[in-house]
Design a protein around this ligand. Structure first.
Ligand SMILES: Nc1ncnc2c1ncn2[C@@H]1O[C@H](COP(=O)(O)OP(=O)(O)OP(=O)(O)O)[C@@H](O)[C@H]1O
Ligand SMILES: [Mg+2]
Length: 225
């Protein structure tokens, strides 16, 4: 098991009101899982991914990574866990505009200082998504679809065990969304990493080996047909 969330709850204060996003939610993520979480806007998908990815903490309950409860870790330890075990594709994934495609992919590797090996791997990954010849392009010189594919492989540079993707097809047209879905399926098959994908797109949700739905504060898992 890579990750387990046990009875996590999260609320936000909005003026004098409290919005409970979810309550008593539990989820286990195992190697090779491709978990999709579908839910309407505002259901709490990003909040859940942020908590599973230790970017935010639950009000109660625990998130354990490889059996270690993250509650006990300080910020530096958490950053180290994220850097070695996790990859992120954010909802508004935008690549950093002042860096080229290659440099953007290398940013997480710079943080964990894996140097030359990382560059060779970044080039390999760019080749894998058919963008080797775009390595020196800045994000503004890439199409939306190309940018999103670069953001996905950036999440893999440190060889994480688990990749979180928040609405990865959000800003894409149907054709590019299809390409991105195929890329994620291909990566899942080739790398056997765990993927947790939040989406409100039913076609994306369908690629899961485990299909979950977050609605009305509850996460439910549906049988995969
Ligand atoms: N930092 C915050 N402070 C207050 N309320 C918040 C905060 N972050 C999220 N919320 C509220 O929590 C709820 C869940 O938000 P979240 O972004 O997780 O939803 P989502 O399912 O990702 O939506 P979308 O599909 O639009 O991305 C929303 O009602 C939102 O307004
Ligand atoms: Mg969201």
């Amino acid at each position: 098991m890579i990750l387990s969330a046990n009875s996590i709850s999260k609320s936000f204060a909005k003026g004098s009101e409290t919005i409970t996003v979810f309550d008593n939610l539990s989820l286990e993520v195992h190697a090779g899982d491709l978990i999709t979480i579908i839910g309407p806007s505002g259901a709490g998908k990003s909040t859940l991914l942020n908590i599973l990815g230790t970017l935010d903490s639950p009000d109660s309950g625990t998130v354990s990574i490889h059996g270690e409860n993250t509650n006990g870790l300080n910020d530096a330890d958490l950053a180290a866990v994220r850097n070695t075990s996790m990859g992120f594709v954010f909802q508004f994934h935008h690549l950093l505009p002042e860096f080229t495609a290659l440099e953007n992919i290398l940013i997480p590797a710079e943080i964990s200082s894996s140097g030359k090996v990382a560059e060779a791997k970044a080039l390999e990954l760019l080749d894998y998504i058919g963008l080797a010849d775009r390595k020196s392009h800045y994000p503004s010189e890439l199409s939306g679809g190309e940018r999103s594919r670069v953001a996905v492989i950036r999440a893999l540079i440190n060889d994480p065990d688990i990749v979180f993707a928040d609405e990865p097809t959000g800003n894409l047209d149907a054709e590019n969304a299809k390409k991105l879905i195929e890329l994620i399926q291909m990566l899942h098959k080739d790398t056997k990493k765990a993927f947790v994908i939040a989406t409100h797109n039913a076609e994306v949700a369908d690629i899961g080996t485990r299909n979950c739905e977050l609605k009305d504060r509850i996460l439910s898992e549906n049988d995969v047909l």
